[in-house]
Design a protein around this ligand. Structure first.
Ligand code: NDP
Ligand code: MG
Length: 454
């Protein structure tokens, strides 16, 4: 049994029949990949996109959804496009989506000629329509969050790269799951907010989930090739989730109180969007990833150990009951997990340089300091609490990160705010997405009030 079926089995063993798994495995497409990703025009993205566009002009039918942003990062998107550009015969672009930047999306439409482009605001969408009309491009422009759901679940779509940042990525990911797509999941907030409900949607929709987050992708790569319903049955003792430790690994708690936004945005190893970069500095990113690992691999909290590994060369490890520890190594470059998921079960060239172990020279490991970085402890607490706790954590964290970036609160206020919101909230079971969205809205409101009083 191959690994993709193992993952599905791990997630959905009680309800997914072997027959269904095998049928899906045989029916997976090797072309016509549809992607909801983010990439900015200019620089690396343009370089990557141009050859893709040329190749796509030769291919009939469009089948990629791409989320675009201008002058900003859209880092997963850039890197996805970069990988696609290396394999133009295998991928087709169906749609491009963006939050608000019509001009950026226009540039990308010029290059990719997708069937659809999606923007969140009507004003931006109208602007894009005008520009496309002048350029005689037939891409249809849609607008609003429902349009994200539409393209993510469109019958012509084979695979969705879910790389919208934050809770905005939840509903399109659920739509893709219900529609049985192959989901390349970068948006970890989906699993943090709605792990149980999202996994149910994956199972019921017959979707296939491939983790893009480098740690989870690494774990997936070193998991056994057989289907199992829990880690014990697969002979796994624990998951060792590596963390770089972020830019403030050596700072004291007192020093953390005075760090600037610029310092926090300067990650030592990875180039990422601003939200995840701040999350990495607080170790909340690792906390979110602990919750993500729980849902992806059916891992209990005590089966997940966070290991600070400053070089970010080992992307995570799995310890088996016989004492073996399997690791996936590579340069810290998201194109590796992206290429893995795009090509799965085959391997694709990613453009990532060979790992030079002589240059790396050493691999260090430390225990995380949860006194100094309380966000990691809070995430473990929420995982143990269950119910809507992680959704509250996620909402409060999103508000806190935004407030920190806008210099309304200090770095150490981020965990304070989250703890205050958790303390003021009722932890209850959630059985519907609408309940979760209510939790999300209430938690944001509480968090905003906390910021306003600061
Ligand atoms: P970026 O900030 O670089 O890009 C996020 C994209 O989402 C932007 O294009 C943004 O558009 C778009 N977006 C934001 N809000 C909305 C909305 N309401 N509707 C539609 N689109 C929206 O983030 P990253 O690429 O770094 O991260 C994306 C996701 O992947 C995150 O969940 C992150 O945790 C995860 N991830 C990222 C990694 C990385 O290396 N970057 C590694 C592992 C996981 P706009 O600019 O217009 O707002
Ligand atoms: Mg990660």
């Amino acid at each position: 049994m191959d690994r993709r079926r193992f993952l599905q089995g791990t997630l959905a063993a009680p309800m997914v029949s072997t027959f269904a798994l095998e049928t899906r495995a045989q029916s997976w497409p090797t072309r016509n990949i549809t992607m909801v990703v983010a990439f900015p025009p200019g620089g690396q993205a343009d370089l990557a996109a141009r050859p893709v566009a040329l190749a796509l002009e030769k291919i009939l039918g469009k089948s990629v959804v791409v989320d675009n942003r201008v002058g900003a990062t859209g880092t997963i998107g850039i890197q996805t496009i970069n990988v696609i550009a290396q394999h133009p015969a295998q991928f087709e672009v169906f749609a491009l989506t963006a939050n608000s930047n019509a001009d950026g999306l226009f540039e990308q439409c010029l290059q990719f000629h997708p069937s659809y482009a999606v923007l969140l605001s009507e004003e931006a969408a109208e602007h894009l329509r005008q520009r496309l009309k002048q350029a005689a491009i037939s891409t249809e422009v849609l607008c609003g969050a429902e349009a994200l759901d539409f393209v993510s679940s469109h019958p012509k779509v084979d695979a969705v790269m879910a790389a919208i940042v934050g809770s905005a990525g939840l509903l399109p990911a659920i739509s893709a799951a219900k529609a049985g797509k192959r989901i390349l999941l970068a948006n970890k907030e989906t699993l943090v907010m709605a792990g149980k409900l999202f996994m149910q949607a994956v199972e019921e929709g017959g979707a296939t989930l491939l983790p893009i987050d480098s740690e989870h992708n690494a774990i997936f790569q070193v998991m056994p090739n057989k289907r199992t319903s829990n880690l014990e049955n697969a002979g796994i003792k624990k998951i060792l989730l590596t963390a770089s430790g972020g830019p403030f690994r050596h700072a004291t708690f007192e020093e953390l109180a005075h760090v600037t936004v610029k310092q926090a945005l300067n990650h030592p190893n990875w180039v990422m969007g601003p939200k995840i970069t701040i999350d990495s500095a607080t170790l909340m990113n690792k906390g979110l990833e602990v919750i993500e690992a729980h849902w992806l691999f059916n891992a209990k909290p005590e089966q997940i150990e966070v290991v600070v590994h400053p070089q970010s060369v080992i992307h995570s490890m799995v310890e088996y009951i016989d004492g073996s520890v399997l690791a996936q190594l590579g340069n810290p470059d998201m194109r590796t997990p992206i290429a893995y998921a795009l090509g799965y079960p085959d391997r694709l060239q990613s453009g990532v340089n060979s790992l030079d172990l002589f240059k790396t020279a050493r691999l260090d490991f430390e225990r995380p300091d949860t006194e100094k970085f309380p966000c990691l402890r809070l995430a473990f607490d929420c995982l143990k609490l269950g119910g809507n706790a992680a959704a509250i954590l996620n909402a409060a964290n999103e508000v806190a990160v935004e407030a920190f970036i806008k210099e309304k609160i200090g770095f150490n206020d981020i965990p304070r705010l989250i703890e205050a919101v958790l303390g003021a909230s009722d932890i209850v079971e959630v059985s519907t997405i609408s309940m979760l969205l209510t939790t999300d809205a209430e938690s944001r409101q509480r968090a905003q009030e906390w910021v306003a009083k600061r």
